[in-house]
Design a protein around this ligand. Structure first.
Ligand SMILES: [Zn+2]
Length: 310
């Protein structure tokens, strides 16, 4: 049985003056977002998977500010973070590779996702292209009363995907991590990125002087949550390596690995995708979504989820 731990609540949480995390409880496609309010404008970090979620987030934003939204930052291309971009009247900013991946999604009807995720609410889900891209780093200077706020967008990929950026507020010591951080009890997911890159990205985030890490999924976090996510990924890498060396197929390896403490985490079926990514890395392949059996892996992962639920 999957214990489905969900001890955190959906809602807006103030993490610094004018800086808010919008946290949602749940698993697949239920992500967190952010709001950064300045003197003349407000900036949003990530949109949400469907219109219902986005509207709830927007109504929470309206309780805090009526300032125009200037920018919407996409931390990466995954559809839970981008599908309702169009509901936020702002210029969208993301990494170059995020836009490239979004272009690939343009011809895909969101309802196709239902084949893998039955029951997923895709009402109002729509792919729209971002307006502004950057490569390594971009800083937004947001006007404040008598000062300015530095908002640094920094590329940290490939990690969770090939397009991950984090949003760092050095003065407030806050980071919006996007899916560079799945905090306990959410299981990290690396199928579309790189396990070793993910570990390095988490090390990089842990090295910064930060009070609050806003994860892409899961409750608000301190550095400890980064260590736990890193521990999981290092564990997957090590276990997968043994099986790979023994010539065991990736999907068969899933059943021979004892997840130990990680058994209590949610979405533990992600081990299927994570091992596939680890194997791909051992074969020296590049990170990304181009695995030849990508769809098959996703289907097997969700089959394994159902198996765990029985
Ligand atoms: Zn996500």
């Amino acid at each position: 049985m999957n214990p489905r731990v969900s001890k955190w609540k959906t809602g807006m949480i103030k993490v610094a003056p004018g800086v808010y995390a919008y946290v949602q409880t749940g698993g697949w496609f239920i992500n967190n977002a952010g709001l950064i309010v300045g003197k003349k404008d407000a900036i949003v970090v990530d949109s949400l998977a469907n219109a219902k979620m986005a509207k709830r987030f927007i109504s929470e934003i309206k309780k805090i500010t009526d300032k125009p939204l200037s920018y919407l930052i996409n931390t990466h291309h995954h559809t839970d973070h981008t599908w309702t971009n169009y509901l936020f009247p702002a210029k969208t900013i993301c990494h170059t590779r995020c836009r490239e991946e979004t272009v690939k999604e343009m011809n895909m009807d969101p309802s196709l996702y239902l084949e893998i995720f039955p029951g997923l609410d895709v009402t109002g889900a729509k792919v729209t292209l971002q307006d502004i891209t950057f490569e390594k780093e971009l800083t937004i200077y947001q006007e404040m009363d008598g000062s300015e706020r530095e908002i640094k967008l920094i590329y940290a990929g490939p990690a969770h995907t090939v397009s991950d950026v984090f949003v760092y507020l050095p003065e407030e010591r806050v980071i919006f991590c996007g899916d560079l951080l799945f905090s306990e009890p959410c299981t990290p997911f690396a199928l579309m990125g790189s396990i070793s890159g993910y570990v390095s990205a988490l090390d990089r985030l842990a090295d910064l002087d930060v009070r609050v890490y806003v994860p892409g999924h899961g409750p608000l976090s301190k550095r400890e949550a980064l260590c736990k996510a890193r521990g999981y990924l290092a564990f997957v890498q090590e276990e997968a390596h043994k099986k790979f060396e023994d010539g065991i197929k990736a999907y068969d390896a899933v059943r021979t690995i004892d997840l130990g403490v990680y058994k209590r985490w949610n979405e533990r079926e992600r081990i299927v995708g994570n091992i596939e990514r680890a194997y791909s890395e051992f074969r020296g392949e590049p990170p990304g979504t181009e695995l030849p059996n990508f769809l098959d892996i996703m289907i097997k992962m969700m089959e394994y989820r159902r198996e765990l639920e029985i």
